[in-house]
Design a binder for this molecule. Structure first.
Ligand code: XIL
Length: 342
């Protein structure tokens, strides 16, 4: 084949993407949309649910689960023989937990109720999607990018602090799925303004090793942001220093959510696409050079449905071009750049 996963396979790598749930025929980046699934089937060997395995979607109340949409995505992956990553067993920030979590009564602290809720959640979710899910983002985005340390949530305060909560999450996941790759996933990237975030992540990863917490890999989300006028060689060197420090601790690497925020670029779409592709290529050349990395997943395949539009809306939607395919499902220079980097 000529798809990205076939190209990646020649080097023992795998390419994949996020996919959402959607009803049949919806104009969305989901399993019900044949125009979208055609892209997945062309390029992907592994999928991840964009939102459907998060607490916000799985846990309508403290005592119930709703697996319908996550199951539909897992069933699609199974039908197409694709692997899956799981995202995420704990998105460790109040705004990304279900609304009920902030005011939930966890009882006295340290709270057996809180610890039981977390371990129960992980055992049930991991158990349900084994063996299709071979790699889990056990914890997502726990490090405050400003350098002030780890976030706390109502749940983590109940359990006895963020560190104890993260350790409990990883130990529970290891016991529930001994064969699965366990990942700490975060968005510290190679841009100059991420230095504090990178330092905070390194500190967390060191702590995991000191305490013997079972973490196998760092998920580098790779939501890149173009830096017009910046020095790519300086960024590459900075990024290499970071990945060297991570891999020196024995961690593997996974690119989990690749896309490019095309900020500050010329209005001409062709010029934008060229700049985005060159920027991404410089990043991937460094990142894919690490033998510890075997997988790269994009956070959606087409500009038509990219989450970036909701995250950072733009008056002229046509000028939002963060993914591999354009709004009409045509491959862009970024697609060729990824193919060449693989
Ligand atoms: C995003 C989804 O794409 C959006 O649909 C949702 O509204 C918010 O979450 N980092 C992550 C992902 O780890 O879970 C986020 O996904 C994007 C940033």
């Amino acid at each position: 084949g000529t798809g990205l996963n076939s190209i990646a396979g020649k080097r023992g790598l795998r390419f994949g993407s996020a996919v959402a749930w959607c009803p049949p025929g919806a104009d969305r980046g989901g399993v019900g949309n044949p125009r979208y699934t055609a892209l997945l089937e062309r390029d992907c060997g592994i999928l991840v649910a964009e939102n459907e395995m998060k607490w916000q979607r799985l846990r309508p109340t403290p005592t119930t689960f709703d697996f319908e949409r996550a199951d539909a995505i897992a069933a699609y992956a199974k039908a197409k023989g694709m692997a899956m990553r799981g995202h995420t067993l704990l998105w460790h920030q109040t705004k990304w937990m279900p609304r009920w979590e902030a005011n939930h009564d966890f009882g006295p602290r340290p709270s057996p109720t809180g610890a039981a809720m977390l371990t129960n959640h992980i055992q049930i979710v991991v158990g349900r999607y084994a063996p299709r899910v071979t790699s889990w983002d056990v914890v997502n985005e726990a490090v405050n990018p400003d350098g002030s340390g780890l976030y706390e949530t109502a749940l983590s305060r109940a359990i006895g602090g963020a560190e104890a909560t993260l350790d409990l999450a990883f130990r529970t996941a290891r016991a529930a799925a001994p064969g699965a790759q366990l990942v700490y996933n975060d968005y510290m990237s190679w841009e100059p303004d991420n230095a504090r975030h990178r330092a905070g992540v390194l500190k967390l990863l060191e702590g995991f090793r000191t305490r013997g917490t079972p973490v196998d890999a760092l998920g580098v989300q790779s939501h890149l942001v173009t830096q017009p006028g910046g020095s790519l060689t300086a960024q590459q060197a900075e990024w290499r220093r970071f990945l060297d420090a991570v891999t020196a601790m024995g961690y593997k690497l996974v690119v989990t959510e690749f896309d490019v925020r095309d900020n500050g670029l010329p209005a001409d779409p062709a010029a934008r696409d060229r700049a985005v592709a060159d920027y991404a290529r410089a990043y991937l050349d460094v990142t894919l050079g690490y033998p510890q990395l075997r997988e790269i997943l994009a956070w959606g395949m087409t500009d038509r449905y990219s989450w970036i539009e909701g995250f950072e809306p733009r008056a002229d939607k046509a000028l939002r071009r963060p993914t591999l395919y354009d709004r009409e499902f045509k491959p862009k220079p970024l697609h060729a750049a990824v193919a060449a980097a693989l």
